[in-house]
Design a protein around this ligand. Sequence first.
Ligand code: AMP
Ligand code: GLY
Length: 425
Amino acid sequence: MRVLVVGSGAREHALCVALSSDPAVTALACAPGNAGTARIAEAAPLEVADPVAVAALATGWGADLVVVGPEVPLVAGAADAVREAGVACFGPSAQAAQIEGSKSFAKHVMAAAGVPTARSWPVGGAAELETALDEARQLGGAAPYVVKDDGLAAGKGVVVTPDRDAAVAHGRAVLDAGGAVLVEEFLDGPEVSLFAVTDGTTVLPLLPAQDHKRRDDGDAGPNTGGMGAYAPLPWAPDGLVAEVLATVLQPTVDEMRRRGEPFAGLLYAGLALTSRGVRVVEFNARFGDPETQVVLPLLETPLAGLLHAAATGTLADHPPLRWRPGAAVTVVVAASGYPERPRTGDPVTGADGEGVLHAGTAVDAEGTVRSAGGRVLAVTATGSDLAAARQAAYERVAAVRLAGAHWRSDIALAAVEGRIAVPEV
Ligand code: AMP
Ligand code: GLY
C-alpha cells in the first residue's frame, strides 16, 4: 500500500513513524512534511489548503491511501477531492468536518443526538455578548467566563477568564474581525481527549490521552495548540471509554449519517469529566496534536490497515485493536515567542534521536535544520509506566539545542503524583 500523509507537524511525523512500521506499507510520502518526516517519507511541495492540489498529488504519486492530518484541508474539501479522484482517503468530507469547523454546527449535532455538552449562547453582536455573559454568570455563579471564536482558530480562539472585561474584549475582537462568537457554560473537572476511528457507521475508540493546553507550568499563561500530552490516563474511571462510546461517539456518528453527512475518519472528542458527568468540550475532525504523538506509539495494531478499513467502509470486519503495555509522554519544545509571535529561523540541533518528532522545522540550503514554526519539536518517549516515560522524555528534551526555546517542565506530573481527581457525580 502506497500511503500519502498530508500535513507538516509532529502529528504527521508520528503518523509516518507508525505507518512506516506497518509491513503493508510499501511506500510512504508526507507532503509538504518537515525536516523530520523527510528522513522516513518522501517529501513533496504541497499547498494543503488547495483540495485540487492534494488530489493531483495523490493521483500523480500513485497513492492507495491518503491520510489527511490537519483540519484546514479537511474543511476545505481535500478528502472529497481525493475520493472523487478515485483514491481512498482517511478524513471526513468538508460537510462532516464542520463538526470542528463550526462550533455552532457541532452544538446542533450534539443537541439532535442527545450528547451532553456545555450550554452555549450564540452571539451575533456586541449587545448580545453582554447579555450572554450575564446569563452564563447567572447559571455558573462565580465560575469563569468562556468566550469562543465560532470558527477554526488552531486552539487559540478560546478565552477562559474570571475577568469580565477580558471576556468582553475577546468577544469584541472576534466580532470586529468578522467572526461569530459563542459564550459557554464553564465546565469544571479534568479534560480527556478520546479519539475514535470510524467509517461512518462502526466506531473504534483509541486510548484516552490528556493534552496540556496552557503555555506555562501549572496551567498558567495563554492557551496554545498544546504543550505536551500523555497516555493512558491512570486516573480515568473504569468504563470511561465504554461510556463515551455509548453516550458521545456512537450517537454523534449515527446522527451525522442520519443527516446525510456521514463522518468517516478520526472523530476527536475533547471531554471534561465534570461534577455533573461527562461533557463534550469540543469535537475535532482529525487526530489531535500532540495527543497523537503518545497514542500511536502504544498502538500495536498496524495503522495503515486500520485507516484503510475506515476509509473504505470495512471497519466492522477489522479485528479489535491491540495496545502495548506501558505509557507514553510527549513534551513540546516551542520557539521563543510562541504562541503570540514565534521566532523562526534558529538552528535546531540534537533533534535526530529516537522519539524526537518534528513539528515546525525545515532544512535550509546548507543542510541545517532550522525552526520554522511555533511548536518546533514534540519530544516523545514510552516507558513501563507514566513516571518512566516522563523521565525518558525529559532526558531526550535535555539533548535538544534551540536558542530561546521553552517547554513545560510538568507534562504528566500531576498524573504521576496522583493529583488529578475526577469529581463525584
Ligand atoms: P476548544 O478550542 O473548544 O477546544 O477550547 C480550548 C480549551 O479551552 C479547552 O481544551 C479547555 O481547556 C478550554 N475550554 C473550552 N471550553 C470550555 C468550557 N466550556 N469550560 C471550561 N474550559 C473550556
Ligand atoms: N490537542 C488539541 C488539538 O489537537 O486540537
